[in-house]
Design a protein around this ligand. Structure first.
Ligand SMILES: [Zn+2]
Length: 460
């Protein structure tokens, strides 16, 4: 050992990152991915996986595995090996996006235009920015040869926006060994939400389940000129209306108690007390609409506190003058943590009555990561360094992500993709919305805390 300068443990573990260079690299990767149209369907994720990410990782001496169930629908997994003293951390994302109508956008959705301090493009928030952050993090740790106590895995999936059948669900079924991890970090977490004059950063710890149903009503067929009450279309319409009138069931689940409680504490005073009362069904119905800035936010909160059913597709008849014998509807039902598929069907049955057939088309269980752990603590610390005035909270999302199959493999799954958003830019509005864009400054900050979090959590 050199007797004058002892480099010490910390110096060896904490390389002096060239932040400017890493940030430019991540931004460049993000723009390249945004310029590829991966609207799903048809997806075409191979245009990013096979043509951008795989060659990039190989050039750096890594060995990515690319797997597909269907031509053009590639998934990629790459691993940095640790010494095995702890179990792996998995970072995951998807590179498919939902459709964008260019006529409704201020800038073309697949050009990655930089304007007004933002990069504009479909996927800038959901979720090519997270993939760029995850890949850049892995590359930085690899290049600096940071010794790791656990494997760091990055998985980039296809097909999330259509339910993941060609992506995470298929890969978890066919190659679970590639994805098995103690912890998994994905989308939908750690972005700024402005509420009541404060900035909150929700870390996603729970997501609702889904039960997709097909309802069928039957009746006496006949001529349209001689209507009777025994009409499948009417019967189905009554069932759909009964489901749509109000949510199926209220419950303040543990993740919502934690989330609303933290919001109330953060706001304090009478405002905090009103927010806390939302955990009871009657105040929620009375106050919900008045409390939130817009109907969309009120609906989002309502979805987090109820089992819900939304009729989304209808089918009946082939001729205007012929009463059909059958009518059907697809219903998108979402379940709170703790609710089962059978429990949900019972609720639907009570609403629609006994003469409607109910068939389950697809289902996915809710996810809830309970309690605390070192990674959750580290994420809260990361948010404090991202935005010292921000408040970290845990939350539940009403949608679903690739976390479902990964949680089923045993991982503690979180949504964590740190991003500072100014008050005028709403994460919820941009998610699948028009003019999706990411503030460059917020992305740079997010990358720094993300890389530091992963280095500290995986480093020896
Ligand atoms: Zn997404």
């Amino acid at each position: 050992m050199n007797s004058v300068v002892d480099p010490g443990e910390d110096t060896a573990l904490a390389p002096d990152w060239d932040w400017q260079e890493l940030e430019e690299e991540a931004l460049d990767l993000l723009k390249r991915m945004l310029r590829v149209d991966t609207t799903n369907p048809p997806g075409n994720e191979a245009l990013i996986i096979d043509e951008i990410l795989e060659p990039l990782l190989r050039r750096e001496g890594l060995e990515p595995v690319v797997l597909r169930k269907k031509e053009g629908r590639s998934n990629l997994v790459v691993r940095l090996s640790g010494d095995g003293s702890e179990a792996p951390l998995l970072l995951h994302g998807h590179v498919d996006v939902v459709a964008a109508d260019p006529a409704r956008w201020s800038h073309p959705p697949f050009d990655a235009v930089e304007a007004e301090g933002c990069i504009w493009g479909r996927g800038a928030i959901d979720m090519k920015q997270t993939v760029a952050m995850q890949i850049t993090t892995l590359l930085a740790l690899h290049r600096a040869r940071v010794p790791l106590s656990r494997d760091l895995i990055v998985a980039v999936f296809a097909d999330e926006e259509m339910g993941s059948a060609l992506g995470s669900i298929w890969l978890a079924e066919t190659h679970p060994e590639l994805l098995r991890a103690e912890y998994a970090l994905g989308e939908a977490g750690a972005y700024s939400v402005h509420f009541g004059g404060k900035r909150f950063y929700p870390i996603m710890v729970a997501e609702k389940g889904f039960v997709w149903l097909e309802l069928t009503a039957r009746g006496e067929p006949g001529h349209g000129s001689m209507p009777s009450r025994d009409n499948a279309v009417l019967r189905l319409a009554r069932a759909a209306d009964a489901l749509g009138r109000r949510p199926l069931r209220f419950e303040a689940t543990p993740p919502m108690k934690a989330f609303v409680g933290a919001l109330a504490d953060g706001l304090g005073g009478p405002k905090g007390a009103i927010v806390r009362s939302l955990l009871k069904p009657i105040p929620f119905r009375a106050l919900g609409r008045a409390l939130f800035p817009d109907a969309r936010t009120a609906d989002a909160f309502s979805a987090m506190l109820h089992d819900t059913a939304a009729p989304t597709m209808l089918g009946a008849g082939i001729k205007v003058n012929q009463i059909p014998s059958e009518a059907s509807a697809h219903i998108d039902c979402r379940t709170l943590p703790g609710q089962t598929t059978q429990g949900l069907i019972d609720l639907v049955r009570r609403r629609v009555g006994s003469d409607i057939e109910i068939e389950v088309v697809a289902e996915g269980a809710p996810v809830h990561i309970d309690g605390s752990d070192p990674l959750l603590d580290a994420m809260k610390g990361a948010i404090a360094s991202l935005d010292p005035g921000g408040i970290a909270v845990t939350n539940l999302i009403s949608g679903f992500t690739d976390a479902k199959p990964l949680a089923a493999l045993g991982a503690r799954t979180y949504g964590f993709s740190p991003l500072v958003l100014p008050e005028g830019i709403s994460f919820a509005a941009m998610f699948h919305g028009d003019d999706e864009r990411i503030p460059v400054g917020g992305f740079r900050k997010g990358l720094r805390v993300f890389l530091e979090l992963v280095r500290e959590f995986c480093g020896e």
